[in-house]
Design a protein around this ligand. Structure first.
Ligand SMILES: [Mn+2]
Length: 336
């Protein structure tokens, strides 16, 4: 593992002729914001850059500058593979384990390009040439801001870059309220607003653009699906593909639903299970309990202490059953 030095990173970027930026599966605001923010910065520096995502990003992020230039691996496997083979520098953003992006991860690992990791998730893989990694950063977008300021200066942030980075900071901090949001986060947010990020408009674009069906799906989950585990500080919701279909489900529609149970005073852990394309996606959120460890230990997932994700190949029922059963191992921490 080489130590990150801005001088070295700057030289690595200036030598590169074909740069790829890749982010995680089911890209969220921080994944897209950091990728497109860095993309815009490098474009301004006249570099040849391509953003690659494993699968499509949700519609509520489609307004981000240059999102129309992103390559989706799932839709264009051959084209993306060629782009990666041609590249000599790859940025890996907002995730740190190639396995999470399956086949795309294998292609990247096989490429001879230098790889720079910029990420804030726990326990990164070691298969990168350079690391810009901090689990205490509230978002990868905050790290991209530090990265750009480190190799260049805050003055190099234009309105588009600032807009992308502000979006990721806002979404990953739950609009500046999650743990990890600190003085530094606010001062970077202020710098981004100064650089032109239209903060109120960004909020509105991300959170005030639900479809009627999406809002009704949220209502359905809270009214029909929310289950409090008796005796435990735990609540969960599980929705099947058929139920999602009733609400004309579009990618991103279940985003954020997992947070709602935490608004109950004595609930420490919330889980959301959704059946999508035959497998089960799981999101965990907590106030105190370490859901990263929990997701790693039992569901082959991971993330942060208070927010983690996983995928299960069992049925929806089996997955929920397993969750409720393994909770018993944590009775000491999670019993009321
Ligand atoms: Mn993130």
């Amino acid at each position: 593992m080489k130590k990150t030095s801005f001088t070295v990173l700057k030289k690595t970027i200036s030598k590169a002729t074909n740069i790829i930026i890749v982010t995680h599966i089911n890209p969220d605001g921080d994944a897209m914001g950091s990728s497109l923010g860095l993309y815009q910065y490098l474009k301004n520096k006249k570099k040849k850059v391509q953003v690659v995502v494993p699968n499509a990003f949700p519609d509520f992020l489609a307004w981000l500058p240059n999102s129309n230039k992103v390559s989706v691996f799932e839709k264009n496997k051959d084209k993306v593979e060629k782009q990666i083979q041609k590249s000599d520098l790859i940025f890996v953003l907002d995730f740190n384990n190639y396995k999470r992006i399956e086949k795309l991860g294998e292609i990247i690992q096989q490429s001879t390009a230098q790889k720079i990791l910029i990420d804030h998730h726990q326990q990164p893989d070691t298969a990168f040439d350079y690391f810009f990694h901090d689990v205490n950063a509230c978002s990868t977008c905050q790290l991209i801001y530090d990265f750009i300021c480190g190799i260049d200066s805050p003055r190099s942030l234009d309105k588009k870059t600032a807009t992308c980075l502000y979006t990721g900071i806002m979404t990953d901090t739950g609009s500046f309220r999650f743990r990890g949001t600190n003085e530094k986060t606010f001062s970077i947010a202020a710098a981004l607003i100064k650089a032109g990020a239209p903060n109120a408009e960004i909020y509105s674009r991300v959170y005030d653009d639900y479809t009627q069906d999406r809002l009704k799906l949220l209502g359905y989950c809270l009214h029909e699906k929310l289950t409090f585990v008796p005796g435990y500080k735990v609540a969960y919701m599980a929705v099947s593909e058929d139920e999602l279909k009733q609400f004309d489900y579009k990618k991103g529609d279940t985003e954020g639903i997992v947070n709602y149970p935490l608004s109950v005073g004595d609930i420490d852990v919330a889980a959301f299970f959704s059946e999508k394309e035959g497998s089960i996606r799981i999101s965990f959120r907590s106030k105190k309990f370490d859901v990263n460890k929990f997701a790693r230990a039992h569901f082959n997932g991971g993330g942060h202490i208070n927010a983690a994700g996983a995928k299960s190949h069992g049925t929806l029922q089996e997955t929920v059953q397993k969750f409720v059963t393994v909770l018993k191992q944590y009775a000491k921490e999670l019993k009321k």
